[in-house]
Every structure is written in C-alpha cells, then in structure tokens.
Design a protein around this ligand. Structure first.
Ligand SMILES: C[S@@+](CC[C@H](N)C(=O)[O-])C[C@H]1O[C@@H](n2cnc3c(N)ncnc32)[C@H](O)[C@@H]1O
Length: 209
C-alpha cells in the first residue's frame, strides 16, 4: 500500500482531507478551460486522485483518462466516471503516455512527488507525446513558499529543493520544489507558457505544444 493509499483510506473513513483533497476546481483551471480552444477533447490527468478534475472535464465533453498510484483513488475515480474512461493504477514515472492521444494533459498537486530528474523527464515526455497544439495545465510547488508549509517545517534535505517530511502522513516521501527560474527553463519547450503563483504557493503552469 502506498503512502497516498493510506491517506485516501483514512480520508474515506472521515479522516484528514490531506493536501488538496478537499479543494474545489482551481479558479485558474476554470478560466484556462474557458479561454482554451480544442479541436478535439481527450484528456489525461496524471495523479487523478478521487477524479474531481476528470468529472468536471467529462461534464465539458472531454473523453477522460487518468492515472494514479493509489488503488483506492483509482477505484473511486472509476466509480465516479462510469464506463468509457481508462483509469489506471500506475506509477506516473513508469507509465508510457500514449503518443498523439491527448489534446490536454493535466496534473494538479502531483508531479512533484519525486526527484527533480524524474519530474523533468516526465515533463519532457508529456511534451513529446501530447498532440500537436495540445495544452497542459500543471502545478508545481514553489521553493520559497515551501519553507512556510507546516509539513516541511521539519524535513530531510535530499538534494537542492528536494525535501522529505520527517513527520505527518507523507513522512519520508521526496517532494521537489521549484523557483520561477527553474520552471521557466523546464517549460521552455512549450509555447505560450503562462505562470501564476497561487495563494498557497503553487506555480500554476499553462502551455501549448
Ligand atoms: C495531493 S493529491 C492530488 C490529487 C488530485 N490531482 C487533486 O487535485 O485532488 C496527489 C496525488 O498524487 C498521487 N501520486 C503520488 N505519487 C504518484 C506516482 N508516483 N504516480 C502516480 N500518482 C502518484 C497520489 O496518489 C495522489 O492521488
């Protein structure tokens, strides 16, 4: 059972709504969707959690696929979406994204759960495999803001900007944090990149292939 599987099981029993679990759809995601034009609508959510973004996108006419490493989250998403969606329990760093299948790839509060090498490789794969003119909506945590987050007050410093909390539900799990400059470099492979820092210290990154 993964750390996140335990978090979801606890949440389903009425426990703590850890991290972004109790959040609604991000206001910048709503405006991104209103402003974006799609010639076809096929989305992949990396770290789909309990499926709230995919449910929202399904209601907007998207064909919805998702991956998550928690079995509990995957089951909940499958039940929420019904037939017709591909929802897989896999590690995002090992998953082969189907080439030219997606017009939109999203990942909210997820892809920083790993080392910087793995995160960078995954972003490069997203760029390589999404359809031409495909769009991304990805969040990554800000390096400066992380210092104020309760979870990371006590942490092990694994490498520059990579921390593992020493207590709490995510104890021991590596998390990568980013400065604006790092994000600008990593996402420079995309066109029309837009960056905002939200009120809890996440970089909200939009772009296009
Ligand atoms: C903070 S939750 C966000 C879930 C969802 N995107 C949302 O906004 O509600 C982080 C998610 O990342 C998933 N996750 C963490 N590491 C992962 C990995 N290596 N591969 C796939 N999913 C992973 C967890 O299971 C969890 O669902």
């Amino acid at each position: 059972m993964t750390i996140w599987d335990k978090i979801y099981k606890n949440y389903q029993k009425g426990g703590l709504a850890w991290a972004s679990l109790s959040e609604g759809i991000h206001p910048l995601f709503r405006s991104f969707l209103v402003e974006s034009e799609f010639s076809s609508k096929s989305v992949l959510d990396i770290g789909c959690g309990m499926g709230k973004y995919l449910k929202f996108l399904q209601s907007k006419g998207f064909k919805t696929d998702g991956i998550d490493s928690s079995e509990t989250a995957v089951e909940a998403t499958k039940n929420l979406l019904g037939d017709g969606s591909m929802i897989l329990c896999v590690n995002m760093f090992e998953f082969e994204i189907p080439r030219n299948k997606y017009d939109l790839i999203i990942s909210i509060s997820t892809i920083h759960h790993g080392t910087k090498e793995n995160v960078k490789r995954l972003i490069r794969e997203i760029h390589a495999l999404i359809r031409k003119n495909g769009k991304i909506f990805i969040t990554l945590p800000d390096l400066e803001s992380a210092k104020k987050w309760d979870t990371f007050k006590e942490h092990e410093n694994l490498s520059r900007g990579v921390y593992a909390p020493l207590s709490g539900p995510e104890k021991g799990l590596p998390h990568s944090f980013y400065s604006k400059e790092e994000i600008e470099i990593i996402f420079s492979i995309f066109k029309e990149v837009k960056l905002d820092l939200d009120d809890i210290g996440r970089w909200i990154i939009r772009g296009e292939k």
